[in-house]
Design a binder for this molecule. Structure first.
Ligand SMILES: [Zn+2]
Length: 448
């Protein structure tokens, strides 16, 4: 079979142009620890705790996050705009209603500012009783770890300039029902953002599992396969074309895996073929409901005695989410990977909005795609349909939006296209024939 083949090693050498150069400072474990400690010191950050007490409660914690963004912005000549978005919500776990607020640091893109990369963690915490807003709820790992990661990424990435906008987000209301994630996803839709990626970091700072395992060199990336947002017709199409492993969320997970593999010394990505932990969800879920590409980072082995627990010792067994159980070198490595991914995707053009293929009952396959603003070129990917990762690729000049792959049989292969920047940064791959394309513009939201 005539098969155009690029060796994987050759592909890798050109695939990640934006990998960490030597002059990029690495995330600092001590700063991560200091920020987690500060968050823990607010006593509780329960969503129903005080919004006005300057020392204890969710309000003080949110003020701290906003203050950190402002300080970082001062050091970069005002490159980050600090914004708080909020709305009053009610729910099973907020029966009286409360104003949920997300604190955002917005680093505006220099070339394509309406395109955004979101990196987020949730600032609220809880203990055993999800309605207990007064007991100490340190939430060190869940999820001060994620917020500390966001703040450290903002501090370091604010020294650089990117084509796309980066949104650093500290979300509230997660434990009461993903309200902060919903608020930000809704905001993305209302403001018409093109969302290239949502990186949700939740429970990312511990390397010791409840079963005694220690895993400090891997991280899980959870992504959906079949799309939450697909209606019956779209789901039927995704199934019919074999697109179960190439949704926008899964394609983002594969891009993260690619970036991690290309940067020496990075964590190994476990690209978990599930939207979240078994039958659970997180603040990326509201984005999936709107069709945006969104994934969750979490540590590999969790310790459940240290999550959602009242601080106590029972029969010599210690419970509670306290800072002493965390691994800040590990959290620094998860932060570094997030930063690599943000650099790559914020420097790359948008992913093609849609990709089509033709070639049934033919020896060849024709791939065509929607042109991408500012793309310096494209890369057509394919793989034999019994593989999960792209194995073959061909670069196409920027003035073309179609490629004929001679001798590549459509029935036996899967296809996709990414967009390239001049220095080789690569977008997420848009799967050929996928209903909803790259997902970057979301879909019409259900009833609000
Ligand atoms: Zn959490």
């Amino acid at each position: 079979m005539k098969h155009i083949l690029l060796a994987p090693a050759l592909l890798l050498s050109t695939a990640v142009a934006a990998q960490t150069p030597a002059d990029h400072a690495a995330p600092d474990p001590q700063r991560l620890r200091d920020n987690v400690q500060t968050l823990v010191d607010f006593g509780t950050r329960h969503t129903l705790s005080s919004a006005t007490d300057p020392e204890r409660g969710i309000g003080a914690a949110r003020a701290f996050a906003a203050d950190r963004f402002r300080t970082i912005s001062k050091d970069c000549g005002g490159c980050i705009t600090v914004e708080t978005i909020g709305e009053t919500v009610t729910g099973d776990r907020i029966p009286q209603g409360v104003r949920v607020e997300d604190v955002l640091g917005i680093q505006r893109g220099t070339g394509d500012p309406d395109r955004v990369i979101i990196v987020q963690g949730h600032i609220d915490s809880r203990v055993s009783d999800v309605m207990d807003a007064s007991s100490d709820a340190p939430g060190a790992n869940d999820d001060a770890s994620g917020v500390a990661l966001v703040l450290e990424a903002a501090r370091l990435l604010s020294r650089e300039r990117f084509d796309a906008t980066i949104i650093y987000a500290a979300l509230s209301g997660e434990e009461q029902g993903l309200f902060g994630g919903e608020l930000l996803a809704k905001t993305a839709a209302q403001r018409g953002w093109t969302v290239s990626a949502v990186l949700n970091n939740d429970v990312v700072g511990n390397s010791n599992g409840i079963g005694g395992q220690h895993v400090a060199d891997q991280v899980r990336v959870f992504s959906e396969g079949l799309r939450t947002v697909a209606d019956a017709e779209a789901a039927a199409t995704q199934r019919a074309i074999g697109g179960e492993d190439d949704s926008p969320s899964r394609a983002l997970a594969k891009a993260i895996d690619r970036v991690a593999s290309a940067a020496p010394g990075r964590l190994e990505v476990l690209a978990i073929r599930r939207p979240d932990r078994f039958r659970r969800g997180g603040d990326h879920t509201p984005f999936l409901k709107r069709g945006y590409p969104a994934i969750r980072f979490s540590e590999v082995v969790e310790h459940y005695d240290y999550q959602h627990q009242d601080l106590r010792t029972e029969d010599g067994r210690v419970y509670g989410d306290t800072i002493d159980k965390m691994d800040f070198d590990y959290l620094a490595r998860v932060t570094a990977l997030n930063m690599d991914v943000i650099r790559e995707l914020a420097a790359a053009p948008a992913a093609p909005a849609s990709v089509d293929i033709e070639g049934a009952v033919s020896a060849d396959t024709t791939v065509s795609w929607a042109p991408v603003k500012n793309a310096a070129g494209y890369r057509v990917h394919w793989r034999r349909a019994d593989q999960m990762d792209w194995t073959d690729a061909r670069n196409i000049p920027a003035d073309q939006t179609q490629a004929v792959l001679e001798g590549v049989i459509i029935d036996n292969n899967l296809f996709g296209v990414s967009a390239l920047s001049a220095d080789g940064a690569q977008s997420v791959v848009t799967f050929a024939g996928m209903p909803g394309g790259s997902g970057a513009t979301g879909v019409a939201a259900e009833a609000e």
